[in-house]
Design a protein. Structure first.
Length: 225
C-alpha cells in the first residue's frame, strides 16, 4: 500500500468558523431515521448520514429520502465489524459491498467519506481505505451517547454544553431520543449563531483555508526597513 494515499482522519472543522456538522450513523435498526429527517427538513438543515450496506438494503425508502432531501451519505462498512480485527480481504469486501448496496438504492456512491465502526482504526486500515478512494475517515469531536437510549434532554446537554466552532457531532438513528434532541439542539444553536453544514462542506472550507494560508506564506515578504 502507498502511504501517501492513506485515508486522513478528520474530526473537526475550521475553529474560526461558526459551523457545526451533524452526523448520524445508520447501522442497526430503522430507529428514528424518518423522524430525524423530518426535524432536519423542518429546520432547513443538512446533515451527513453514514450508512452500512445492510441498513441500506433493509431501508431503501429512507436512503432515498436522505438523498432526495439533499443530505450527504458516507460509507459505514457493510455490517459494522471492528475493521482492525478482520483480514485485508474482508476489509475490502466490507467497504465495497456497502458502497454497492447504497449505490443500488440511491444512485450515489459513498466516496470519499468513510466512518469507521466504533471509531477503530490502524495504519493498515487507513492505507487500504485510502487506496480504495476513501480519502477521509470522518471521526467526531463530540459524542452524544444517544445509542445508550439517553433521554432527549441529556443528549441536548451533551451537544450544546461548551459547544465550539467546527464541531462534528456523532449521533445514531437508533437513539429513541435523538430526533427530539436534534430539534431542540438545532433551535438552541441557531439562536447562538451557528450554521449547520455537511461534513463535505466543512472539509472544503478547511482545505480552502489551508490553501489560503499556504499562499499567504509563499507570497509574503519581510516588511521594508
Amino acid at each position: 500500500m502507498l502511504h501517501d494515499k492513506s485515508s486522513i482522519i478528520f474530526a473537526r472543522g475550521d475553529i474560526h468558523s461558526r459551523q457545526i456538522a451533524l452526523t448520524y450513523d445508520c447501522g442497526a435498526d430503522r430507529g428514528k431515521a424518518v423522524e430525524i429527517l423530518n426535524v432536519l427538513q423542518g429546520h432547513g438543515v443538512l446533515a451527513t448520514f453514514f450508512i452500512t450496506g445492510q441498513w441500506a438494503e433493509n431501508n431503501p425508502d429512507i436512503c432515498r429520502k436522505i438523498i432526495n432531501e439533499g443530505h450527504e451519505v458516507g460509507n459505514h462498512s457493510y455490517d459494522h465489524p471492528d475493521l482492525t480485527r478482520i483480514s485485508m480481504k474482508e476489509l475490502v469486501r466490507q467497504a465495497t459491498e456497502a458502497d454497492k448496496s447504497i449505490y443500488r438504492v440511491t444512485g450515489k456512491h459513498t466516496y470519499p467519506l468513510f466512518r469507521l465502526p466504533f471509531g477503530s482504526y490502524s495504519r493498515r486500515v487507513l492505507d487500504v481505505l485510502g487506496e480504495m478512494g476513501y480519502e477521509y475517515c470522518i471521526h467526531w469531536s463530540r459524542e452524544t451517547l444517544d445509542y445508550q437510549q439517553l433521554p432527549a434532554d441529556r443528549i441536548v446537554n451533551r451537544i450544546v454544553n461548551n459547544i465550539r466552532n467546527g464541531e462534528i457531532i456523532l449521533m445514531n438513528v437508533l437513539g429513541q431520543g435523538t430526533a427530539e434532541a436534534s430539534d431542540l439542539a438545532v433551535t438552541e444553536l441557531k439562536n447562538q449563531g451557528y450554521e449547520f453544514v455537511t461534513v463535505g462542506s466543512m472539509l472544503s472550507k478547511v482545505f480552502e483555508e489551508i490553501k489560503y494560508l499556504s499562499y499567504r506564506k509563499r507570497n509574503s515578504y519581510p516588511p521594508a526597513e
